[in-house]
Design a protein around this ligand. Structure first.
Ligand SMILES: C[S@@+](CC[C@H](N)C(=O)[O-])C[C@H]1O[C@@H](n2cnc3c(N)ncnc32)[C@H](O)[C@@H]1O
Ligand code: SF4
Ligand code: SF4
Length: 423
């Protein structure tokens, strides 16, 4: 299907008064720390990047999107821009994009990232027809970058100084190259920070234009309390104008950036409406797993009274629904579990057997099945206790922390089981 690319209000000056965009705030964590960014304040009236009033799960986000489109049918783009980094939260980001693409085949999809970890996802972004990607590149020299970034966490290592900036830059440039190989429109954001990189922005413009970037957004840094740069004043508008004019010699400039919040919605430049923010709040309060096709709760239990079986050992799952009067849960059946072993294939098979369950309660499970089943939309909760209390409590949204197991396994290894391996 050909997407209406010309409607993107951020990339097309003619569209920006006519069409809106919505940011779905599903990415709270970040994998780097920019010395100008502060995501801590959460105020509805604050219009600056990195701020959101709520963080949503992918399912909540799609629910919210449905409501938002009813209020503002002119929304042409769904973007993910934080409040942290989309690819520091790749599972949530990719799931949201998949769900939106499935439900709204004509919607334009857009992501904004620091570029550290987007490379492994570019093939799937292209498959999902994500048409616009922004990478923020503030420096193309590790020396300048070392002034901008406090740290970078890459492949479980925290890097600092020039090593951090160099690793970030390598990944950003590789990602930019691949985005263009895949035919995705690539915007680069460069934040103009007086005394830090203002002398270097044209170098950035030259480098990214050589790699095929489509458009450059050189935007003034916003002074933020509680950051390393809190005492650096914002750049003078004349300086910004001059830099943009010079950078235009290398590639087209975006000049109408409104330094949007991570939950920005509507036409660029207009504040989020109260009505929309009520919908955002409502979505954030809803059950995290809103998949309407997943109605039941599955349990691994030896005798049907207690949650006392490891996921890896379960030979059948008990399936529960709520009683019609909502008083407590009721057992509606039992399904055979796929045979143990078989690595990841077993988790796919468990996912198929429990296709209509929103949660699986077990006494122990490893991270691999938890992630594999979680990606399919089913939470795996490790807990112990009486089934009736746990399942009824789950359906009613009660706090079940007192039943949750804080350690993944009992003692060391799989001590509580019959030796057939952990889930
Ligand atoms: C909040 S970030 C979220 C996406 C992603 N983490 C990133 O940095 O590209 C969105 C944009 O806001 C910019 N930004 C964050 N804090 C800023 C500030 N104090 N002044 C200007 N731009 C800022 C980022 O550099 C980025 O271009
Ligand atoms: S504001 Fe940035 S992330 Fe949001 S839709 Fe526009 S280009 Fe995409
Ligand atoms: S990468 Fe984005 S979210 Fe992370 S610290 Fe920098 S500006 Fe903030």
């Amino acid at each position: 299907m050909k997407l209406p690319l010309e409607k993107h209000p951020c990339f097309n000056d003619n569209s920006r008064h006519q069409f809106g965009r919505i940011h779905l705030p599903v990415a709270p964590k970040c994998n780097i720390q920019c010395n100008f960014c502060n995501r801590k304040f959460d105020c509805l009236n604050e219009n600056r990047p990195g701020v959101t009033s709520k963080v949503l799960s992918p399912e909540q986000a799609v629910h919210y999107l449905g409501n938002a489109l009813e209020i503002s049918p002119n929304i042409a783009v769904v973007g993910i821009a934080g409040p942290g980094d989309p690819f520091a939260n790749p599972d949530e980001t990719m799931k949201t994009l998949r769900l939106v693409r499935e439900k709204y085949p004509e919607m334009l999809l857009c992501v904004a990232t620091n570029g550290l970890n987007v490379l492994p996802y570019i093939d799937e972004l292209a498959e999902l027809q994500v048409s616009h990607v922004t990478i923020t590149i503030n420096a193309v020299s590790p020396k300048v970058g070392a002034e901008v970034y406090a740290w970078v966490r890459h492949q479980k290592r925290v890097l600092r100084d020039e090593q951090a900036a160099e690793t970030l830059l390598e990944n950003q440039l590789a990602a930019l190259k691949k985005l263009k190989e895949k035919g995705i429109t690539a915007k680069v954001n460069t934040i103009i920070i007086p005394g830090i990189n203002d002398h270097h922005v044209l170098e950035v413009a030259k480098t990214v234009s050589e790699l095929g970037a489509d458009i450059l957004n050189t935007l003034p840094y916003y002074q933020n309390e509680g950051t390393v740069f809190e005492n650096i004043p914002e750049p003078h508008p004349e300086l910004v104008k001059h830099i943009q004019e010079e950078a235009a010699k290398f590639l087209p400039q975006m000049k109408h950036c409104a330094r949007c919040r991570a939950d920005a919605v509507g036409v660029i430049g207009e504040e989020n409406s109260r009505q929309m923010m009520v919908k955002l709040e409502e979505a954030a309060k809803m059950s995290v797993n809103l998949d309407e096709n997943r109605k039941y709760v599955a349990v691994a239990s030896m005798e049907g009274v207690l949650i006392n079986q490891h996921l890896g050992e379960a030979d059948r799952f008990l399936i529960y629904d709520m009683k019609a009067d909502g008083s407590s849960c009721k057992l509606i059946g039992s399904r055979p579990a796929p045979p143990p072993g078989g690595g990841n294939k077993r988790w796919d098979a468990v996912g198929e057997v429990l296709f209509d369950c929103k949660a699986l309660l077990v006494s122990s499970a490893g991270d691999t099945p938890k992630n594999a089943l979680g990606a399919k939309g089913m939470q795996v909760l490790v807990m112990e206790g009486v089934i009736d209390e746990a399942v009824t409590g789950f359906f009613k949204g009660k706090d079940l922390r007192h039943l949750m197991r804080t350690t993944k396994m009992r003692g060391t290894g799989c001590s509580g089981g019959a030796g057939v391996g952990c889930g």
